[in-house]
Design a protein around this ligand. Structure first.
Ligand SMILES: NC(=O)c1ccc[n+]([C@@H]2O[C@H](COP(=O)([O-])OP(=O)(O)OC[C@H]3O[C@@H](n4cnc5c(N)ncnc54)[C@H](O)[C@@H]3O)[C@@H](O)[C@H]2O)c1
Length: 304
């Protein structure tokens, strides 16, 4: 299959590219390299350096993709609050450019990266795909809107889609910016001999899913789960304290964590149910937290 991966030079996108290549697919990446890097990809992968929120029809006319895996996005929740116009221009206009090109050039499948952010504050745990969608940020809203566009393009133009709502994804290649995941930030600080701050008392929980498991879900969605929505998660709640000590275990670091005041607006608990994707694809998380942290630490150390 010839597959376009938008945002393919980024953290999750580059792992998707690796698995597509390993499965023998032909891959093209479209990325403006605003957050991603060419270094995340094998040198022989074709990278089109272009803004996803621009006219993509010339690219689609030339390349004739069978499927699109859409990862390119403005990914920061705080950034979306600071600059909702930019967030919408990438996450809505960018998706629309992709959808219009898919429609004109008869793409057979689109897979969309969505997020737990579409749910807002959970009213029950673990959060299933049927949970109400009450996002708390422009980012959550643009992801929710993107999902609705897919539904509408399928209904109007017959474009099959699968939506994957990721929990907290972690692993090698997550870039170190202020929007990084907590695991990357903690790992980086600890590796540099600094002490990360746990905001609150460390009992907040999250669902940390390893990046290669997320990539595998994307590949499965290329050939199944048409017009459906799936959480991609472990279904397990891990407290910040547990995370900290699991990480210091890997690093053989005996220090105690340092605590700061809770951050306003942080959700206390978030875990996503994964029964639906297990049943549909036989997918299950295959990398334990301890193993995922070990691989992440190895990667962070290799970067310095
Ligand atoms: N990392 C997570 O925990 C997580 C959780 C839920 C959902 N997601 C979603 O997964 C997808 C991938 O996220 P990631 O964590 O790999 O982030 P990332 O920033 O590493 O990857 C995003 C990629 O998109 C590219 N990009 C950004 N704006 C672009 C534009 N205007 N035109 C072209 N390319 C552009 C970036 O350069 C980058 O390579 C995103 O859609 C994100 O919203 C991520």
């Amino acid at each position: 299959m010839k597959v376009l991966v938008t945002g393919g030079a980024g953290f999750i996108g580059s792992h998707i590219v690796d698995q597509l290549l390993a499965d023998g697919h032909e891959v093209v990446v479209l990325d403006n390299l605003s957050a991603g890097s060419r270094a995340n990809l094998p040198t022989d992968v074709k990278v089109i350096e272009q803004d996803v929120a621009s006219d993509l029809t010339p690219v689609f006319a030339k390349e004739r993709f069978d499927a699109v895996i859409h990862q390119a996005a403005q990914v920061g929740v705080p950034d979306s609050i600071r600059d909702p116009l930019h967030d919408a221009s990438v996450n809505i206009n960018g998706l629309l450019q992709v959808l219009e090109a898919c429609r004109k050039y008869a793409v057979k499948k689109i897979v969309l990266a969505s997020s737990a952010a579409v749910y807002g504050t959970p009213i029950e745990l673990p959060v299933s795909e049927e949970h109400p969608l009450i996002p708390l940020s422009p980012y959550g809203l643009t992801k929710k809107t993107g999902e609705e566009y897919l539904r509408i393009y399928q209904a109007l133009h017959g474009l099959p889609y699968t939506i994957l709502r990721y929990a907290n994804v972690y692993g090698p290649r997550q870039s170190l910016s202020r929007e990084s995941g907590v695991i990357t930030i903690f790992t980086d600080r600890l590796c540099r001999g600094e002490m990360p701050t746990i905001f609150g008392d460390g009992t907040d929980t999250r669902d940390y899913v390893y990046v290669e498991d997320v990539a595998r879900a994307n590949l499965l969605a290329l050939s199944g789960g048409d017009n459906q929505i799936f959480n991609v998660s472990t279904g397990s709640a891990v407290t910040l304290n547990e995370l900290f000590f699991a990480l210091t275990d890997v690093l053989n670091d005996q220090r105690e964590p340092c605590y700061g005041p809770p951050r306003l607006g942080d959700i206390r608990h978030s875990t996503l149910a994964n029964g639906k994707i297990r049943r549909a694809f036989g997918w299950k998380p295959s990398v334990s937290l301890a193993e995922g942290l070990r691989r992440t630490v190895e990667w962070v150390k290799s970067q310095s």
